[in-house]
Design a protein around this ligand. Structure first.
Ligand code: HEC
Length: 133
């Protein structure tokens, strides 16, 4: 139990430190810092409309971000890759899942940035989930 508490405290420190770096204008360290590009979100819209919107809307994702707050976006992304769409899990390419996640960030009110959301370059682990405002 004590170990678990320590791990959580350590994680929180990392998350808070990451948020401080985002303010300095470095690579995004939270989904509020511009974690995807407009082009990605535009590409994700058609996929989302066809394969995601039948089961949940933007408000649903706001609840999800609330639940997952403080965790790396990578974890949620991998969850979506392996479990969604629920009627055909894992049916998209990595690039398509990136676009879909970009569109989800856009419709929940998070800003676009300069660099694309990328599963392969390792940066998604450094991007913390935060609740939509
Ligand atoms: C056939 C219905 C259906 C479709 C289509 C679908 N989902 Fe889901 N989704 C679900 C269900 C059911 C859950 C689990 C709900 C729960 O436990 O709250 C879920 C959960 C989720 C979660 C929360 C995961 C978590 O562990 O917190 C996310 C994010 C999500 N879906 C994204 C997507 C995306 C993105 C797509 C399109 C690629 C998609 N879903 C398509 C039914 C669907």
């Amino acid at each position: 139990m004590r170990k678990a508490r320590f791990a959580i405290a350590t994680l929180m420190t990392v998350v808070l430190a990451s948020a401080a770096i985002a303010d300095a204008g470095a690579a995004p360290t939270s989904i509020g810092g511009g974690a995807y590009t407009e082009e990605q979100a535009a590409a994700g819209k058609a996929l989302f409309d066809r394969s995601c919107s039948t089961c949940h809307n933007a408000d649903y994702y706001k609840t999800v971000f609330q639940t997952w707050r403080g965790q790396p976006l990578l974890y949620l992304f991998e969850q979506v890759m392996s479990a969604m769409p629920a009627d055909n899990p894992g049916s998209f390419s990595d690039v398509e899942y990136e676009s879909i996640m970009a569109y989800v960030l856009q419709i929940t009110g998070f800003p676009a940035g300069d660099a694309p959301l990328s599963y392969s370059n390792g940066t998604m682990e450094e991007i913390a989930i935060e609740p939509a405002s």
